[in-house]
Design a protein around this ligand. Sequence first.
Ligand code: EPU
Length: 339
Amino acid sequence: MINRFENYPLKKHHTFGLDVTAKYFFEYASLEELLQILVDPLLQTHDCLLLGGGSNLLFLGDYKGVVLHSAIMGMEVIETNARSVVVKVGAGVEWDALVEWSVRNNFGGIENLSWIPGDVGAAPVQNIGAYGVEFKDVFVKAEGVYLASGEPFSIDHAACDFAYRDSIFKNELKNKVVLTFVYLRLDKSPRFLLDYGNVREAVEMLGEPSLRNVRQCIVDIRRQKLPDPGVFGNAGSFFKNPMVDVSVLSAVQADFPEVPFYTMPESGRVKIPAGWLIEKAGWKGQSLGNAAVHKNQALVLINKGHATGREILTLAEAIEADIRYKFNITLQREVNVVE
Ligand code: EPU
């Protein structure tokens, strides 16, 4: 059934938990319902926002257009061979429900991506990643429709231009397609990827590596570092880790020889953790109005209670200016600001 609402509260539909509304909010549970919505005259006269779990959005105020929200559900094995399965998943499925399902069925590949908020339909857009795994590592293809025409749309891995927290859906196809189903390939004989940080050590404390143990350990690490959006609204990492030339790293090393960095083999550039830069600049745990930098992970900005989107943006801009001044590095936002 299509749900249509006017002046609809978005507080529960995005993880910053801001008190904002959508002028119109349409929710569909199937491709057929989505196609009916796409011919609604309101879509000709209003802007449109595709909203998944809202885990990567910062609303600066009430949204004056039409919010489209997928409630297309379902997880189904559609292909199987000796080594792997292909799973078709509805865009409205909660990402972590998919991870839990895959672990329960002993399908490996996404256990390191446990406890990431958001819906499956948004995972390819952002190319979500954590603990040495990125969404692109399991992606096969996605289906959907063109927003303007309702024509069917299908895209394979190569065409998605996946990169670090980036894909064609944030660029050429931004606001042009609505994804309905995503197809993933998962392993029947899981290969455990435990080399990030202290993951191996933490998994071994729980016993033999197993999908269940890896999931448990990732959830525990995330719980320690990241604030629960139910308590302090947040959108995970607010900034991307900046990719810089080696000369920029050398300049930082001159003052801080201990700066952590990762070399990017393809480009020869280096990635410096933004959380480290923000902490070194003195922002960790600091507040500006009702917005704050999380005390356990400086990459995460939080809503302390009744923050507005503008307050959070003001904090983000202050941090960006300070990091530019202190390190000559420009931070890019991972979070999308919605006017
Ligand atoms: N660090 C600090 N201070 C901080 C935070 C981090 O010094 O306040 C240092 C850590 O000590 C470590 C390095 O920065 O040396 C990396 O920290 P961490 O392992 O916590 O990861 P991150 O680079 O800060 C990235 C992702 C996270 C993901 C983790 C684990 C980005 C923008 N963020 O964070 O993703 O969970 O790695 O893989 O790439 C998200 O995208 O929303 C997100 C949470």
